[in-house]
Design a protein around this ligand. Structure first.
Ligand code: PLP
Length: 425
């Protein structure tokens, strides 16, 4: 079967919606998804043998592009010894030690298999530690698909306590309060009214409503509020960790959260994620403490090997994030100039290896701002770019990723494709 459309039709017969994660379906850009057979460095090849520059990079994990040799070697070596034991391995301690060495405020970590598990577990831990019930999240932030976090998760109106999904009970959603990103008063209003708040969870660099960095003063204020009201602050760095900078948001603003979640890059393309905090909090986890959390494949040897190879390389690579940020800036400035030349308003952001753009008139600081984007125009742009060999995330509300295999030539080719695409709109 060498046809993307046919492959999707067949997948739809056997897999719900034809995909194992909704945004892959290309529904929001009104086309069919590509079926990928191979990747190499900055490029992916679909089953029709079309080659694309890949700005999705598996939604973040592949900092060094597809089929990175070091990751491949590490995985092969690990696989030879067995794929899973459900018993401790040295690989887990090695990766834990390696990650924690740079975070003075994080003493211990626990590995899981997905970002969803990491944030879900972090929240249970925060509730266990504070013995309080409610959580605050921000409209437009995505923290995976566990029930209590599927509230105003990059969807719908700014209503409080409204589940983003069928099957999430109002009874669960009522314990999730929703504040406005970059708006400290919206947080103050909630914490002043309610003494039962266990934690505030935030993407300190939001990447799931498009790319919207938090203002530093806003994060500083959050830290203060949490200290004042004995609320735990959770930074969800599943995307931004090892992406915005090696140390994610912390590497940029040195603001210390009580619990930090990781994912994506720490698995190097294999399923691994983690949450970490100071010992006093982490020691509440079972078997030491009363907060239960577990996983058959947690700390899986292949995932640990791939993750270690990825973060080790990132840490050793001099000026990696500066160089990626330069490429990101070049790309976004190029997009903006090209759009403006064609009379199209475009807002752009980039930080480290992450970039994002919105088809709207004004700068985007929160989800409501992001929602002002012209998603129909985005869909047309996406289709245009795809036809020119540029693979962008199929939604206005996603972040793009630069990988280490990209260079000025690739970026300039992309800008040129964007210019032609804007003209065609
Ligand atoms: C991707 C992501 C998650 C969820 O991770 P999964 O591995 O897809 O479950 C959670 N939080 C943030 C910020 C993410 O970007």
């Amino acid at each position: 079967m060498k046809n993307n459309k046919k492959a999707f039709e067949e997948a739809c017969e056997f897999i719900a919606g034809g995909v194992d994660s909704p945004v892959r379906a290309f529904a929001s850009v009104g086309s069919n998804p590509l079926f990928i057979k191979q990747g190499k460095g900055a490029y992916i090849t679909d089953i029709e043998d079309n080659i694309y520059i890949d700005y999705v990079q598996s939604w973040g994990p592949l900092l060094f592009g597809h089929c990175d040799e070091d990751i491949e070697k590490a995985c092969k070596k690990a696989l030879k010894n067995g794929s899973s034991f459900g018993a401790p391995t040295l690989a887990e301690t090695k990766l834990a030690k390696f990650i924690l060495q740079d975070w003075e405020h994080l003493d211990k970590i626990r590995f899981v298999s997905s970002g969803t598990e990491a944030t879900m577990s972090a929240i249970r831990l925060a509730r266990g530690y504070t013995k309080k019930d409610k959580i605050i999240k921000f409209e437009g932030c995505y923290h995976g698909h566990s029930d209590s976090l599927l509230v105003s998760a990059g969807s719908g109106a700014a209503t409080f306590n409204t589940p983003s999904s069928l099957g999430v009970l109002e009874d669960v959603a009522k314990n999730t309060l929703v504040a406005i990103y970059n708006d400290i008063d919206s947080v103050k209003n909630l914490v002043e009214k309610d003494t039962n708040i266990a934690c505030i969870i935030i993407e300190p660099i939001a990447g799931n409503m498009g790319l919207v960095p938090a203002k530093i003063e806003f994060l500083q204020e959050l830290r203060k509020i949490c200290d004042q009201y004995e609320i735990l602050l959770i930074f969800d760095e599943v995307m931004s960790g090892f992406r915005a900078s090696y140390l994610g948001s912390f590497g940029i603003n040195q603001i210390k959260a009580d619990i930090v979640t990781f994912g994506k890059v720490i698995g190097g393309g294999m399923p691994a994620a983690a949450f970490a905090a100071r010992a006093e909090i982490m020691d509440l986890l079972s078997p030491l403490g009363g907060v239960y959390q577990a996983g058959t494949l947690s700390g899986n040897p292949l995932a640990m090997a791939a993750g270690y190879a990825n973060v080790k390389k990132a840490r050793a690579c001099e000026n990696l994030y500066e160089n990626l940020e330069k490429l990101g800036s070049r790309l976004m400035q190029g997009f903006k100039e090209a759009a403006n030349e064609c009379g199209i308003a475009l807002q752009v952001n980039n930080i480290g290896s992450m970039f994002g753009f919105f088809f709207c008139e004004n700068p985007v600081y929160n989800y409501q701002d992001a929602l002002k984007s012209d998603t129909k125009l985005f869909a047309k742009f996406h289709t245009q770019m795809l036809s020119k060999g540029i693979y962008l995330a199929p939604s206005q509300f996603e972040t793009g990723f630069i990988c280490e295999c990209m260079d000025k030539k690739i970026i300039d080719k992309t800008i040129q494709a964007a210019h032609e695409s804007f003209k065609a709109l």
